[in-house]
Design a binder for this molecule. Structure first.
Ligand SMILES: NC(=O)c1ccc[n+]([C@@H]2O[C@H](COP(=O)([O-])OP(=O)(O)OC[C@H]3O[C@@H](n4cnc5c(N)ncnc54)[C@H](OP(=O)(O)O)[C@@H]3O)[C@@H](O)[C@H]2O)c1
Length: 295
């Protein structure tokens, strides 16, 4: 019997399987496109003939495919072999996806963990690779060796299974917000003949200061502290208004400025001009995606 099975050999699943093989574990793999297993098999992994056979080969199975719907499609055909085994879902999804997946796994008698890797495939298997996990603590203990091989920096968020995907999506929201803003910043640089690479170097250098601002905003939201701003919503709104004007003056796309101005305008209309930036959370709390889609 192998020690761990990996189902899904896209770029991420392949990297997970590789890290497990390199760590010396006995690994079984399965993927819809079998050829993606060739290199792993050369290095000692065993290719199973079906998802069910792969799961039956190990006490612990890690699933990492495109999304939960694809994963469920594969697992449906393997339901009868899951009892008593650990199922770890590392495909990206929502907290509701994780809850549905856990409910199904428990109905088959499996121990379930949900997780999210905050890394690219080339960053898998390092001591600093972050992996968020939630769900069964017993499953966590049973899968310790495998998890250790794929990510050295694990954060277990408790048995409420939606927490790891929530933590992942919250982190990605911060990351994508910053990266989308950066790309607009790159366009600003291009309009004035500044090197975008230099902007990246400078921002990487001041990253700890930016991190401090994010942490301060987190503390303000947590404490519901909005008064006495260092930098008010009115000041920040003026800055984002300048992005919009620069985009018009330079004739560049204004999608990012329009998004930022839209949120600041809502905060100003709600009367938060003299409050901290954290007050934007009150604007977001006042409406939902469903209401906004209907308006
Ligand atoms: N790549 C990253 O940087 C990264 C980082 C963090 C998390 N993730 C997450 O990891 C998961 C896997 O990502 P990935 O980068 O490996 O690539 P991906 O393109 O999202 O997923 C590829 C995997 O899904 C399988 N698949 C897709 N559609 C299928 C279907 N209809 N039936 C059966 N199998 C199907 C592919 O099988 P075939 O090989 O047969 O096509 C392959 O195993 C995703 O949820 C992704 O969000 C990725």
């Amino acid at each position: 019997m192998s020690e761990v099975t990996v189902i899904g050999l896209g770029p991420m699943g392949h990297a997970l399987a590789r890290a497990l093989v390199v760590s010396g574990q006995r690994v079984t793999v399965w993927n819809r496109t079998a050829a993606r297993a060739d290199e792993l098999v050369r290095d000692g992994a065993v290719l199973a003939s079906s998802a069910a056979a792969a799961i039956a080969a190990s006490p612990v199975t890690i699933v990492c495919v495109h999304d939960y719907a694809v994963a469920q499609q594969m697992l449906d055909g393997a339901a009868e072999v899951l009892a008593g085994r650990v199922l770890i879902q590392l495909s990206t999804g929502t907290p509701q996806d994780a809850r549905d997946s856990e409910r199904w796994a428990h109905a088959q008698g499996a121990d379930y963990l949900d997780g999210a890797i905050l890394a690219t495939p080339t960053q898998v298997g390092r001591p600093d690779t972050p992996l968020f996990l939630s769900g069964s603590e017993n499953a966590l203990a049973r899968a310790e060796a495998a998890l250790n091989a794929i990510a050295g920096t694990r954060m277990y968020l408790g048995d409420a299974v939606g927490r790891a995907p929530a933590w992942d999506l919250a982190t990605l929201s911060c990351l994508f917000g910053a990266l989308l803003g950066f790309v607009h910043g790159a366009r600003i640089c291009e309009t004035e003949g500044l090197a975008v690479g230099d902007l990246g170097v400078m921002i990487a250098g001041i990253a700890p200061v930016l991190g401090e601002m994010i942490k301060d905003t987190a503390d303000d939201i947590q404490a519901e502290r909005y008064e006495n701003p260092d930098s008010s919503i009115k000041t920040c709104a003026m800055g984002s208004g300048l992005f919009a004007r620069q985009a018009r003056e330079a004739g560049i796309d204004d999608a990012f400025p329009a998004f930022a101005v839209g949120l600041f305008d809502r905060a100003l209309a709600a009367g938060y001009a003299q409050e901290r930036l954290a007050a934007i959370v009150k604007v977001l709390r006042a409406s939902s995606a469903v209401e906004r889609a209907g308006s």
